[in-house]
Ligand binder design. Structure first.
Ligand code: FAD
Length: 273
């Protein structure tokens, strides 16, 4: 295990333009970086800055790492200008992981939208690796419009797996774009599932508004607040509980999270902001 404070240089060996604002960098670090799905790393560009991102690849692949990045501001704008062969820095991993052992023999539900699908892709690929351990995986994935959908080819491929159910939705289909799946908010897809909510886990990641209303709906459907796992992408810098930018009440999102159960944080202030 390498020193988690050290920045490991990595070479971008491929770039997938997933949507106009989202791209996946495929990176080969100089030394393998082991992580557990759900954890995040700090990705840096020399002379520009760094930001927290969750790997979107399986935790079973440590020689290469995929990171899916949405262009939102200063650092991510520069990250979107990188090319194959460029060097980036990676430090970490940091934070909490998805508790896979609690998912054994369960019907797992994954609910995500937008760039929130990044950690869920990592989770899904990791679950697929050990698919015999799980009863079923149902993945509900949303995007604003067809052109904003990411992992398009992967979703078509994943549908072919036994034990896997995939439902996708877009909020709108603008003129000139085509779509043959659902048109609704991703949380509406919950109406399609036939999972017993009482004992089964659900993992949620997406824009704050989706996380909030998704969680409220899951509670209404009967999911237990201890089985609702949320990836909290709070603004953070250091990654290990020193700078205090990511405080959620009594927790640091970077050190105690980013994966929390709803039961853990439900009484903290402003969790959806
Ligand atoms: C644990 C964790 C995992 C994340 N994983 C991913 C991922 O896999 N893919 C991805 O695209 N993004 C991810 N993010 C969000 C990503 O870190 C920010 O979008 C990025 O750091 C913004 O940097 P910037 O300099 O381009 O934006 P800035 O110029 O700093 O700000 C632009 C906008 O982004 C918002 N922003 C800035 N920093 C963060 C932050 N840390 N979290 C959320 N919003 C932020 C600002 O409020 C502002 O609205 C993650 C965040 C966390 C905390």
């Amino acid at each position: 295990m390498h020193n988690a404070y050290e920045v490991i240089p990595g070479t971008i060996y491929n770039i997938i333009q997933e949507s106009p604002l989202i791209r996946t960098l495929q990176i080969r670090p100089e030394i393998p970086i082991e992580f557990q799905t759900g954890q995040f790393v700090e990705l840096s560009l020399p002379g520009i800055g760094e930001g927290p991102f969750t790997p979107s690849s399986s935790h079973y692949t440590s020689e290469v790492m995929d990171i899916t990045i949405m262009k939102t501001g200063f650092v991510t704008e520069y990250i979107h200008k990188t090319s194959i062969g460029d060097i980036v820095g990676i430090r970490g991993p940091y934070g909490s992981k998805y508790p896979l052992e609690k998912f054994h023999n369960k019907d797992i539900l994954i609910l995500g939208g937008g760039c929130g699908l990044a950690p869920l892709r990592s989770l899904f690929l990791t679950l697929l690796h050990d698919i015999d351990q799980y009863n079923s995986i149902t993945f509900l994935a949303g995007a604003k419009s067809p052109k904003d959908c990411i992992y398009k080819e992967l979703f078509s491929e994943w549908k072919k797996y036994k034990k896997v159910n995939i439902y996708r939705s877009v909020d709108i289909v603008p003129e000139g774009e085509s779509w043959d799946e659902e048109i609704c908010l991703v949380t509406k897809l919950l109406q399609k599932i036939k999972i017993d909510p009482k004992e089964n886990p659900v993992i949620v990641c997406g824009p704050p508004v989706m996380m909030k209303f998704g969680t409220m709906d899951l509670l209404k459907y009967g999911y237990n607040e201890n089985n609702i796992y949320l990836s909290m992408e709070k603004k953070m810098y250091c990654g290990f509980g020193q700078c205090r930018h990511c405080v959620i009440g009594g927790y640091y999102a970077c050190k105690d999270g980013p994966v929390f159960t709803y039961a853990q944080i439900k009484n903290e202030e402003a969790i959806w902001e």
